[in-house]
Design a protein around this ligand. Structure first.
Ligand SMILES: Cc1cc2nc3c(=O)[nH]c(=O)nc-3n(C[C@H](O)[C@H](O)[C@H](O)COP(=O)(O)O)c2cc1C
Ligand code: SF4
Length: 337
């Protein structure tokens, strides 16, 4: 069952043949109610109920709606795959969301090279804004800043007049509008990117909440698997005995037993430290010091720095880095001896 990727169509005509015309809602509020009934949550990582965001935007005066295709997470490529396979579903969802909230303008924010087809049927013209190739460029306040013409850096101010939705969330909205909430609850699925020690890395569409084991089997893990990083660079390391019934995440990176989990984590932390926007103390000073302490294998110092940076930035970049390091220390205890 691949309700999203099997709806793939490159041209607008092929898309309409396969999926039917865009069903504009009959009255304001109909779409938001359907999205609520469907139980759709955001696919950009935070899992926030989508209808709540739509409802809040709908009571704002002529908000701006932004499709977020930045996909700054290096271990994820599901948004890229989605846009190349099903661009029209994303555009349908964007148009429907814009209509539902009474948008004034509509943007698509994506990395260089993002190509989205021009269409006959759209009510709202779509303005493209280029996302820089950085880890934090897709964080919602960075997206809002970029669309407002400022550098794409997270800020501590979230704008009430802008609605940011991940492109996969928008494609799901288009399916809810076409087939209804009941269909969606039965066909809700999940796009997951699997990489690392696997023979078939790539993007897989799987039923919602798949087990991590299922993702490893699909991608043909190179056994024996030592651990899996679930949730991407801000995620959590799980050892095989922990992954039995752990709900899956959009990103899974497999590690083979002949690799070092602490070395892999140190590489990721060095990358994350380089990706801070250098606006807040925990990122400017804490993350480089953390990367350095990990490189030198100074574990008491690593523990101290993790506590120092956690929860102290304008965005969740330090928190996500702290979560990753804490989980590495717990998962790879034997490597520290
Ligand atoms: C550091 C950081 C980076 C993020 N990068 C992305 C991204 O590249 N794409 C994305 O859709 N959401 C990203 N997010 C999540 C967004 O802030 C936001 O929650 C999401 O775009 C909202 O869309 P959704 O409700 O449809 O998931 C990031 C969050 C953080 C903290
Ligand atoms: S916490 Fe870090 S990434 Fe986030 S805004 Fe501050 S400096 Fe930038």
């Amino acid at each position: 069952m691949r309700p999203l990727l099997d709806a793939a169509a490159r041209s607008e005509d092929e898309h309409i043949d396969r999926n039917g015309p865009l069903p504009w809602p009959s009255a304001p509020g109909v779409l938001i109610g359907a999205v609520q009934e469907a139980g759709l949550t955001g696919r950009g990582g935070a899992n926030f109920p989508t209808w709540r965001k739509l409802a809040r935007a709908a009571v704002t005066d002529r908000p701006v709606v932004i499709a977020n295709a930045a996909e700054g997470e290096p271990a994820s490529s599901k948004d890229k795959v989605l846009l190349s396979h099903c661009p029209h579903l994303v555009l349908d969802g964007l148009q429907l969301a814009a209509e539902a909230v009474g948008a004034s303008r509509v943007y698509l924010y994506g990395p260089k090279g993002t190509v989205v087809p021009k269409r006959k049927s759209d009510r709202y013209p779509i303005v493209h804004v280029q996302a820089p190739d950085t880890f934090t460029a897709g964080e919602s306040s960075a997206v809002m800043a970029a669309v407002a013409g400022r550098p794409a850096r997270p800020t501590d101010r979230s704008r009430e007049d802008m609605l940011v939705q991940n492109v996969e969330t928008l494609a799901r909205i288009a399916q809810i509008a076409r087939y209804g909430p009941r269909w969606f609850r039965q066909h809700d699925s999940f796009l997951a990117t699997v990489s690392g020690a696997v023979k078939r890395p790539g993007v897989y569409e799987v039923p919602k909440n798949p087990e991590v084991r299922q993702l490893l089997d699909l991608a043909d893990a190179i056994e024996p698997t030592k651990a899996v990083l679930v949730g991407g660079y801000h995620g959590t390391w799980l050892r095989p005995h922990d992954i039995v019934d752990d709900p899956g995440a959009g990103v899974a990176i497999a590690l083979h037993t002949n690799e070092s989990g602490l070395t892999k984590t140190t590489e990721i932390v060095r990358y994350l430290a380089s990706q801070s926007t250098r606006q807040c103390g925990p990122c400017r000073f804490g993350l480089p010091a953390l990367a350095e302490a990990m490189t030198r294998r100074q574990w008491p110092q690593v523990r101290r720095l993790v506590e120092l940076v956690d929860g102290r930035g304008a965005c969740h970049h330090p928190d996500g880095t702290a979560r990753l390091v804490r989980s590495a220390l717990a998962a790879f205890g034997e490597e520290r001896r």
